[in-house]
Ligand binder design. Sequence first.
Ligand code: COA
Length: 205
Amino acid sequence: MADHVRSASRPDFRTKPSLRGEQVLLRPVTADDVPALMPMFLDEEASRLTGSHHDGAPDEGRIRAWYGSRQEQDDRLDLAVIEHGSGNVIGEAVLNEWDPDNESCSFRICLVPGTYGTGLGTEATRLIIGYGFEELRLHRISLEVYAFNPRARRAYEKVGFVAEGVLRDALLWDGRRVDTTVMSILAPEWFQHRGRPRISGHTSA
Ligand SMILES: CC(C)(COP(=O)(O)OP(=O)(O)OC[C@H]1O[C@@H](n2cnc3c(N)ncnc32)[C@H](O)[C@@H]1OP(=O)(O)O)[C@@H](O)C(=O)NCCC(=O)NCCS
């Protein structure tokens, strides 16, 4: 019975939505987006900020295969971020690591170099997290952010992510060990502020 009740309200990850904001559109990512997304894989700083260790040059063929298969996934949501002004694909926003028993997911986002710091990442985050709570009916969405990435942490805080703990020395990058902070939002928090919490140094942008 409990299983029946739970399956009736299972999140529908097969439906891949388009989500429109003021500055960005999120829509299902495809292999055709790879040329625009490649700078994320080629840029050293983007690799560091996301903690992506590479052995050698990224393999564009494998990357195309990955993005070409995202629409078939029934346990995660991979959306491209499109800037309205230019029409350019400027990054990706993802809900992954779905845990159906606990109604939770992880979140990750990466924009291409040159687009940081103009509010686009905050809006993209707000759009996909809102979808996670309001349409997928998740209870918890979490992420990890490295200590050397205060810009990302700030963007997450602006949407309502709350720091809940530190994984010490979780990353080894260029010979240095770096802490990562675990952050999360819970559904009751989202429905209170809908991605616009009252936090210091910030109103609602
Ligand atoms: C993380 C990311 C998605 C954020 O998106 P964004 O569009 O750059 O961020 P926004 O412009 O919306 O917001 C950034 C906020 O951080 C602030 N900020 C920027 N640099 C900062 C710093 N060094 N210290 C503290 N705050 C900083 C900005 O002032 C802004 O806050 P404000 O609106 O209150 O002024 C984007 O920067 C990105 O993709 N970076 C590369 C990959 C990455 O770091 N991914 C996340 C891994 S956890």
